[in-house]
Design a protein around this ligand. Structure first.
Ligand SMILES: Nc1ncnc2c1ncn2[C@@H]1O[C@H](COP(=O)(O)OP(=O)(O)OP(=O)(O)O)[C@@H](O)[C@H]1O
Length: 257
């Protein structure tokens, strides 16, 4: 069966820096795939190319067999796959309350009436433990709360594909766990396909069906988290051990250490 998201030969350079140099990646429908890699290696650039926020120099990106340009960023569109993007820096609107930030994509989609928008947003804020902060502006929220508002905004339209750029960075361990749990839970309920960028190794592996390691402009490893230790090259082992993950010296099995 064809991949839900299929990337072939993707290239992107800035000046003389070839950040993506022939990325191939297949993502199955309703799966969670996590891209890992060193800081500055090109993970966000890859997500931005998929989200159509950056134009690749070469290569193809297809969603359900259609070139990405034919897909839509919002749900309920007449054609293409609906997707949303959760920005690394949240990208909330400072002049809008938490409620209005989450409601914005629903209002833009605009087929829902006021009461239904309110009901959906209230429900989302409840899941995110933000009901008491609905009327607060981003400037009045903690870093973790802003992250959760951004998560709510990414999920409120029930998109088919969600791109998460470091959804848990800066959160305390408990909140980190609850954001991962929420992504897994929403995926279960709405069946979306998720592509994440994360440095939270090994916690993110708990919800990942597949892991893709980006290095040297290409996906150098693609497989299940369990296979990371057994199939890792020397270079990948080096990356994983710096991330405090993986087989250490004579350990017989992989897994978090
Ligand atoms: N718009 C841009 N113009 C010029 N260079 C860019 C641009 N966007 C990204 N880059 C460069 O591309 C490289 C990859 O950046 P990217 O943000 O994708 O890294 P990353 O793997 O997501 O890093 P991190 O894990 O630290 O967030 C970096 O060298 C960055 O400076």
């Amino acid at each position: 069966m064809d991949a839900f998201l299929k990337i072939r030969g993707l290239k992107k350079h800035f000046g003389d820096k070839h950040v993506l140099d022939g990325v191939d990646l297949d993502v199955a429908a309703a799966s969670v795939t996590t891209i890992i890699g060193k800081s500055g290696i090109g993970k966000s650039v890859l997500l931005k190319c998929i989200a159509n926020l950056l134009r690749a120099d070469a290569g193809t990106i297809e969603l359900e067999g259609k070139a990405i340009a034919h897909s839509r960023r919002r749900a309920n569109s007449d054609g293409g796959v609906s997707f949303s993007y959760m920005f690394q820096n949240n990208a909330l609107f400072d002049s809008l309350t938490a409620f209005d930030n989450v409601a914005l994509p629903l209002r833009e989609a605009s087929r829902l009436g006021r009461a239904e928008v309110k009901q959906r947003v209230d429900e989302m804020l409840g899941h995110l433990e933000l009901s008491d902060s609905a009327d607060r502006f981003p400037g009045e929220l903690s870093g973790g709360m802003k992250k959760r508002v951004a998560l709510g905004r990414a999920l409120i339209t029930k998109p088919q594909l969600v791109l998460f750029d470091e959804p848990t960075t800066g959160l305390d361990p408990e909140r980190k766990f609850s954001v991962f749990e929420m992504i897994a839970d929403y995926r279960e309920r709405f069946g979306f396909t998720a592509l994440l960028v994360s440095h939270d190794i090994p916690e993110v592996f708990e919800i990942s069906d597949r892991v893709a390691w980006l290095d040297g402009g290409k996906i150098q490893f693609f497989g299940q988290p369990e296979d990371l230790n057994s199939d890792a090259t020397l270079a990948l082992s080096g990356f994983l051990s710096k991330a405090n993950y993986g087989r250490k010296s004579s350990a017989s099995h992989g897994g978090a250490q």
